[in-house]
Design a protein around this ligand. Structure first.
Ligand code: SAH
Length: 249
């Protein structure tokens, strides 16, 4: 049977899945705990990616080389970069960029050495399945899973699921100037975060299908860190749990 690596950028997200993981066997490598078991009858390995591109790339490599996963799903939260994107929306990654990569004058800004491209795509089949799993959640299940109060706290009324590009870099983006710079320098970027493109690069190099979903937690501007931990615990973790359940079941 296919083995799926499920990587969470937030410990809280992984914890909701650990509660229902069957036959949880823990293997610790490089200060990361890999949880092997079954989720909704599928063989999975759950792990917290840790934060930033270096950490996430290393966790991805171990998932592939030690645990031989056949596919990786990566979940987390992200800042909105497009004015059409709001807190509570879900972005399913199409292409992933490293917004802080710059090897000029040898290569154009953002082009990755050896790969010779700016963007790494997610796997189209996984992407479409994640889009359906996410749409089912926001259209039919969200009100049963997240209390009305929490949804009102963050003004989440009609959350959208969008397929689009994600930019990753080793910075928490929290001001308009930086946000606008990222938006104007890369094509169709909807969200910014700190890991996705690193995971995508490793999956590309090892030829492992990847899907990435990010729940929008902030607007990547001055208000970016307001109630961040509360949002992750009460809202984003419930998104991830239910979307992963829809995906696997
Ligand atoms: N709370 C943590 C730090 C989290 S790092 C601590 O206590 O150390 C921030 C996480 O949120 C990363 O996984 C990153 O990918 C994501 N993220 C959310 N909004 C972001 C933004 N505006 N800019 C960059 N990353 C963001």
């Amino acid at each position: 049977m296919k083995k799926i690596g499920i990587m969470s950028a937030m410990v809280e997200e992984m914890n909701t899945l650990l509660e229902v993981l069957e036959r949880d066997e823990v293997v610790t490598i490089g200060q990361r705990e890999y949880h092997l078991g079954k989720l909704w009858d599928k063989d999975v390995v759950l792990v917290f990616s840790r934060w930033g591109k270096v950490a996430a790339a290393s966790t991805t490599t171990t998932l592939i080389t030690e645990f031989r996963v056949d596919e990786i799903i990566f979940t987390g939260v992200a800042g909105a970069v497009d004015s059409n994107v709001s807190i509570g929306d879900v972005i399913v990654a199409e292409n992933l960029f490293q917004h802080d990569f710059d090897a000029s004058p040898f290569l154009l800004k953002h082009v990755l050495p050896l790969i010779l491209k700016k963007e790494i795509p997610s796997n189209p089949i996984v992407r479409n399945k994640l889009f359906n799993a996410s749409s089912d959640f926001v259209n039919n299940q969200i009100k049963d899973v997240i209390s009305k109060n929490y949804l009102e706290d963050y003004s989440i009324s009609k959350p959208k699921v969008l397929i689009g590009n994600i930019a990753s870099g080793d910075q928490f983006i929290k001001d308009d100037a930086k946000r606008n710079e990222i938006k104007s320098s890369l094509d169709n970027v909807l969200a910014v975060e700190m890991e996705g493109a690193a995971v995508a690069q490793i999956c590309y190099e090892f030829d492992v299908p990847l899907g990435v979903i990010r729940t929008i937690s902030d607007d990547a501007n001055d208000n970016a860190i307001k109630d961040f931990p509360k949002f992750v615990y009460n809202v984003a973790s419930q998104y991830s749990y239910q979307i992963i359940k829809n995906y696997l079941a």
